[in-house]
Ligand binder design. Structure first.
Ligand code: PXP
Length: 237
């Protein structure tokens, strides 16, 4: 079943614009849960510039749903994951100058490192998802690492400027999901999804978690967070 996990990084980004305590991403997470979100996603970056360890710590204590920690596929991030033991870790590429996560993880080019981080997390009982583009080589490499999930990068689909590109990018996602499932992987998706483009992705066979942040927080500025989450849930269901 396709479910919604709300990415609350954008609330942390707003807080850090002033470097004060508001708005609190943890409070946002609890409102998302009350509105019906199945999980909460948080990206703790190596430089901690948006979400902080404090956010993860409080979420692990207070949240009632699943916590999906996004982090760089780096040994240096393992201690924080192993300390808080979120339900799932999604390994993502990270560059300091990027505004948000831009590309997919190059699993094929970094197989040994990603396999080692994946194994360490799985040994601690944390399920692992790899954020990749719907590229056959990357999907095959993801299966080789032993990770249970991939998260298909929906950025190209969401950025499509015309109908033909949109159809082509959607087909890539559908095909990627099928290839992954044939290799025994489970499939999540995210990045750039909004109220206008989410439905075809939610309808992909076997799709599980949709990680959605910016569009929900942006809509919440005008209609409130509870309503923004509920409107997205109606589209996904
Ligand atoms: N999934 C991953 C791996 C991401 O890095 C992000 C952005 O932080 C998202 C999903 C959510 O993307 P958006 O904010 O565009 O909905």
């Amino acid at each position: 079943m396709t479910v919604l996990c709300v990415n609350i990084d954008h609330v942390a980004t707003l807080r850090e614009a002033r470097k004060i305590s508001e708005p609190d991403p943890v409070a946002a997470a609890l409102i998302c849960e009350l509105a019906g979100a199945a999980g909460i996603t948080l990206h703790v970056r190596e430089d901690r510039r948006h979400a902080k360890e404090r956010d993860l710590e409080l979420l692990m204590r207070l949240a009632k749903t699943r916590i999906n920690l996004e982090m760089a596929a780096a040994e240096s991030m393992l201690p924080i994951a192993l300390k808080y033991r979120p339900h799932q870790v999604t390994l993502v590429p990270e560059r300091r100058e990027e505004v948000t996560t831009e590309g997919g993880l190059d699993v094929a080019g970094n197989l040994a490192r990603i396999e080692s981080v994946t194994n360490a997390l799985q040994d601690a009982g944390i399920r692992v998802s790899l954020f990749i583009t719907p590229d056959e080589n990357q999907i095959a490499a993801a299966a080789e690492t032993g990770a249970e999930f991939i998260e298909l990068h929906t950025g190209c689909y969401c950025n499509a400027k015309d109908e033909e590109t949109l159809r082509h990018e959607l087909e890539s996602l559908v095909r990627g999901a099928r290839i992954a499932q044939d290799l025994g992987l489970r499939v999540n998706a995210g990045h750039g999804l909004n109220y206008r483009n989410v439905r075809p992705v939610a309808l992909i066979e076997g799709m599980e978690d949709l990680n959605i942040g910016h569009s929900i927080i942006a809509h919440a500025v005008f209609v409130g967070l509870e309503r923004a989450v509920k409107e997205m849930l109606i589209l996904i269901r």
